[in-house]
Design a protein around this ligand. Structure first.
Ligand code: T6T
Length: 332
């Protein structure tokens, strides 16, 4: 077992299973029970995720719902139909009208939604930022996410090894201005600089559309026959790249490290089209977010920043129950 420590993460390599755990940036207690409103009813909590149909967010919402029930909170969840500010903003603004006691939200942009969130927060709703966040530090009583920069580094190290430390590689992700995927690209790019025989091509963005990612990987293959590796910034990108490589007959030849572990990515890993999945722990994000809101409702200390676990899943370790338990769900 080798342990690699980074500024916020303990990186534990056990065989091929790599687990990354991070600890809260500040220590505090806080997991109070659900409190009632002044009117005597249960506190109302709303969750708004990035994309409602995304297994990462479904897994998060299922866990948040279970924890909210255990804490006696009145919980509702919703999410955008697609990764788009103009779609998520009306959802967030409708929360303002309902004035919940707590709002958990994954903002699809680091700044465009801040005015709406500021207005909701100033009216007394306690906000928790889950997964993605915003650059304005005044928003949110708690921020809970994976250490995405470290996850990008994990992906780069694994991909360089899969590529035999040579050839061209490319990053395909969602769009600029998303806190999580931007951090992954930063970590990946910084780590790739330590692998000088690998040429990193300019990053491409697919707007979270698998079909776009599939077409992008095929045109990249046509322009760069020496393409040896791809980093997919999230689930839909991973799905699209797997499909594109299959269509080009390059599955298994071009190595892929992808973030996340939704069912299609797990199937692609089994089929050998994807080689490494950096799985997050969305269930822990959802559970801990509810716990922090409940603590706030009870007047107990709240942890401002919480980092959650990531695990690198490969064909060699995916039968290990301690690893595959991080696979995402498509329903509760
Ligand atoms: O990778 C996750 C999430 O962490 C990211 O912020 C957006 O994409 C996902 O939801 C996966 O599609």
């Amino acid at each position: 077992m080798s342990i690699i420590r980074s500024k916020r993460a303990l990186f534990v390599a056990a065989g091929a299973a790599l687990a990354l755990t991070t600890t809260a940036a500040c220590s505090s207690t806080g997991s109070g029970g659900g409190a009632s409103t002044a009117a005597g009813g249960p506190k109302k909590v709303t969750l708004i995720t990035g994309v409602k149909s995304d297994p990462f967010y479904i897994t998060m919402a299922c866990a948040a719902q279970a924890e909210a029930k255990a804490k006696g909170l009145d919980f509702t969840a919703d999410g955008s139909a697609q990764w788009d500010v103009s779609v998520q903003r009306p959802l967030i603004d409708s929360v303002a009208a309902s004035r919940p006691d707590g709002l958990l939200v994954s903002p699809v942009d680091v700044s465009a939604l801040t005015p709406s969130l500021k207005q909701i927060q100033s009216s007394g709703t306690k906000i928790g930022l889950v997964d993605t966040s915003v650059t304005d530090p005044s928003i949110g009583i708690t921020r809970i996410s994976s250490d995405n920069e470290e996850g990008g580094k994990v992906a780069a190290k694994a991909l360089a090894k899969e590529m035999g430390e040579k050839g061209s590689a490319i990053v395909i992700s969602v769009k600029p201005g998303i806190s999580t995927t931007d951090a992954r690209i930063k970590g990946f790019t910084e780590e790739m600089a330590n692998h000088p025989a690998i040429t990193l091509l300019p990053t491409l963005y697919d707007n979270d559309q698998p079909a776009t990612a599939a077409s992008q990987i095929q045109s990249t293959l046509a322009a760069h026959p020496d393409l040896g590796g791809v980093f997919a910034g999230n689930t839909n990108t991973g799905q699209g790249i797997a499909a594109g490589l299959q269509q080009a007959g390059k599955q298994g030849t071009v190595k892929v490290a992808a973030f996340d572990a939704e069912p299609d990515e797990i199937a692609a890993l089994k089929a050998g089209t994807l080689q490494v999945l950096v799985a997050q722990d969305p269930a822990s994000i959802g559970t801990q977010a509810i716990d922090q809101l409940a603590a706030a409702f009870d007047g107990k200390p709240v942890q401002k920043q919480i980092g959650t676990t990531m695990v690198a899943i490969t064909k060699d370790n995916m039968d290990d129950p301690q690893v595959i338990k991080y696979a995402y769900k498509s329903d509760c």
